[in-house]
Design a protein. Structure first.
Length: 185
């Protein structure tokens, strides 16, 4: 709501997205150099999965930035989302928070991760997908019933769809970690 606060937050997101890009390149370069050595097939597989995880983590950063850009576009176009659409977006953000928290818990465990822990992330991803589908269907009805303008719909769905992509990236990180973890046991 506060333009100055948004500008500061937007700049911060932009800065960290750029840092994330650089870190992805540095880590991928390092992992590529590692893979040039004489490694077992298992070690090569682990490096591939680490590279996959790094790429997906950077994609999470991209999604955050894309959401911020959409909100910036919303403000520039002076599009006002009805309260119930804002509540839907906040609910989607809460689902993403749960997914990120579970992902961090798995990545921080530094031990074998039980299948139920990975299933938690999968269930959150399914919940995100189902919620996106529900909102997408409801959005079409609302636009046809002229509850809000098409421009509002575009902003709203851009945010929702980017959130769903972020959920995909989160589960991809977890699956890459699972692959590394399986090979360790």
């Amino acid at each position: 709501n506060n333009e100055n606060d948004f500008i500061k937050l937007y700049s911060r997101i932009q800065k960290y997205e750029s840092i994330s890009d650089r870190m992805e390149i540095e880590i991928a370069t390092y992992l590529s150099k590692l893979s040039e050595g004489r490694l077992s097939d298992e070690s090569k597989h682990k490096i591939q999965q680490l590279m996959r995880a790094v790429t997906e983590i950077e994609s999470i950063s991209d999604s955050c930035y894309n959401i911020a850009r959409t909100i910036n576009r919303q403000q520039e176009q002076k599009v006002v989302l009805p309260d119930y659409l804002r509540e839907n977006i906040l609910h989607m953000f809460k689902l993403l928070d749960k997914g990120v928290d579970e992902m961090i818990k798995i990545l921080s465990a530094n031990k074998h991760v039980a299948n139920f822990e990975i299933r938690n992330n999968i269930n959150i991803e399914l919940e995100i997908n189902n919620y996106r589908n529900k909102l997408k269907t409801k959005n079409l009805v609302d636009v046809n019933d002229m509850k809000y303008k098409y421009e509002t719909s575009v902003i709203y769905m851009d945010i929702i769809m980017e959130c769903e992509k972020m959920g995909d990236y989160i589960i991809n990180v977890v699956e890459a970690y699972k692959e590394i973890n399986i090979r360790n046991n």
